[in-house]
Ligand binder design. Structure first.
Ligand code: MV4
Length: 496
């Protein structure tokens, strides 16, 4: 089976690695900005798919399918983002006789709408956040819900997800303006202005459950991930297992997730996102019908290669993993290392990576999309790598992460490495005392030690090397006629 990877960066590299381990040749696709990207270097073949903006390249279904036909690829892995949750893309693959390495388009569709997924989950007996399951026809229905359920409520776009198109309403006078705001945002973001409302869950944690299903009706869960630490709805640190989930709760979460996946005939790797209140009540939020960025923490703890399973499942293989045989071992933490400057409100810091030293050693896994000498382009998400630390306990994983962060060196661009060092040393993080407001409360407190301008160390090293080379050239005398270079060198050595 020849696999085209319809993505870039670290996730394309991750998929190419799984393919190579299984003996499948790979085809990379690249935009004009990505000719020299790492995924292009690692794939067996590479084809261009258009200009730098992803709208004109990585998001072009027609060009990706053409590239697959041209390279005679049998299958396409979409990675995450871009076309990964686009049911039309999954259908286009099906129509072209190409295997889509992911779930059926019908499952993607069912989970793509918040109102439809809430209906299906409710019918299947999966707990959803109390609230409406149909988009409202007018503001009056929102007002009516607010009255019966009580404030605060959240107004959310039916087509939304991942934090886009939603608003918290705490006061009655804000109801109408918020409704109008979410409706117009939903219209412009998703081309679908329909909205609904649900009760607000205060101080929640974001806990998600990994599932794996095959095309024969088998579904298993691989525990949960703690993804509460977010900044502007972007995850920052993820861990497996969640420090607040014990075995009994894990089994209940797992049973819920399997039920949810079965309700949409799910196969491949998928994730059930939940909100969990301080009382540990949990509610289905949405399902991500793809491989997730943070999948490595689950892989490290559950000992399962999720990408290889996606490849097997897509070809119709049966899941041979059995729930009763699976258990978590140890603890894993992931930090998303970004080309952003944490001292300048996380402004993107694209540019040339002049020097790179990646952490290694016991319990460390690095999922990297870049290399020394590579220029981080301005066009895409500036994630450089995912640094994962695994240990027997959470404390050991934190210790390893802190150690790995000290080894990590990136010069030429700014990164979020100092931000993670700060988090790993924060007593509340170490005590696992956090909710979704943690990062916002931490940022104003954060002070970074002064660090030399990125690149300054390299500049100094180059200058020092030039001076030494110059001095060396002055010192070395040509040997006298007939004298051996070796003898001369030996004498100089002896004189030192
Ligand atoms: C909520 C909520 C509280 N109550 N829904 C944010 C992302 C999107 N997937 C759902 N989100 C939330 N929905 C109700 N009914 C709080 C959030 C929320 C949040 C959730 C997970 C992780 C970080 C968050 C940050 C702010 C708000």
């Amino acid at each position: 089976m020849k696999v085209l990877v319809a993505n870039r960066g670290e996730i394309a590299v991750r998929v190419i690695r799984a393919c190579r381990e299984m003996g499948y040749p790979t085809v990379a696709v690249y935009s004009d900005a990505d000719r020299a990207a790492l995924h292009v270097v690692y794939a067996d073949e590479a084809l261009p798919v258009g200009p730098a903006p992803s709208r004109e390249s990585y998001l072009r279904i027609d060009r990706i399918i053409d590239a697959a036909k041209k390279s005679k690829a049998d299958a396409i892995h979409p990675g995450y983002g871009f076309l990964a949750e686009n049911a039309d893309f999954a259908r286009a693959c099906r129509d072209a006789g190409i295997l889509f390495i992911g779930p059926a388009p019908e499952s993607i569709d069912a989970m793509g709408s918040k109102t439809e997924s809430r209906q299906r989950m409710k019918a299947a007996g999966v707990p959803v956040v109390p609230g409406l399951t149909e988009a409202v026809k007018s503001f009056d229905e929102i007002a009516e819900f607010a009255k019966s359920a009580g404030l605060p409520i959240m107004i959310k776009a039916s087509a939304g997800g991942g934090g886009k198109g939603m608003r918290l309403v705490e006061r009655e006078e804000d109801l109408r303006p918020s409704y109008e705001r979410v409706t117009s945002e939903a219209e412009s973001f998703f081309g679908d202005g329909s909205v609904y409302a649900e009760k607000f869950v205060p101080s929640p944690r974001h806990i998600e459950v990994q599932v794996l299903g095959d095309q024969h009706g088998n579904v298993i869960y691989l525990g949960e991930r703690e993804c509460t630490l977010q900044r502007r709805h972007q995850k920052v640190v993820e861990e497996c297992p969640s420090p607040v989930v014990d075995r009994e709760l894990r089994e209940r979460l797992g049973a819920m997730a399997v039920k949810a996946a079965r309700a949409v005939n799910y196969y491949s790797a998928g994730t059930i996102e939940c909100l969990m209140g301080p009382d540990r009540e949990f509610y289905f939020l949405e399902m991500n019908t793809r491989l997730q960025v943070e999948h490595p923490v689950t892989e490290m703890v559950w000992g399962v290669d999720l990408v290889k399973w996606q490849l097997r499942i897509a070809q119709g293989e049966k899941l041979t993993l059995e729930q009763s045989q699976l258990s978590p071992a140890g603890h894993a933490i992931e930090c998303r290392i970004y080309a952003e400057d944490p001292t300048r409100k996380f402004a993107p810091s694209p540019g040339l990576i002049r020097y790179l030293n990646l952490p290694q050693g016991p319990g460390v896994r690095n999922e990297n999309g870049v290399y020394a000498g590579y220029t981080v382009p301005v066009f895409y998400d500036p994630m450089l790598s995912k640094l994962v630390a695994h240990g027997a306990t959470r404390d050991e994983a934190i210790g390893r992460m802190k150690r790995a962060l000290t080894e990590y060196r990136v010069e030429g661009i700014e990164t979020t490495i100092p931000f993670f060092t700060y988090i790993m040393n924060d007593p509340d993080f170490v005590a696992a005392k956090f909710d979704t407001g943690y990062i916002d409360r931490l940022l104003p407190k954060m002070k970074f030690e002064h660090q030399p301008r990125a690149g300054a160390i390299t500049d100094a090293a180059i200058a020092a090397a030039a001076i030494m080379a110059f001095e060396d050239a002055q010192r070395v005398k040509l040997p006298a006629e007939g004298e051996s270079h070796w003898k001369d060198a030996g004498r100089r050595e002896a004189l030192r």
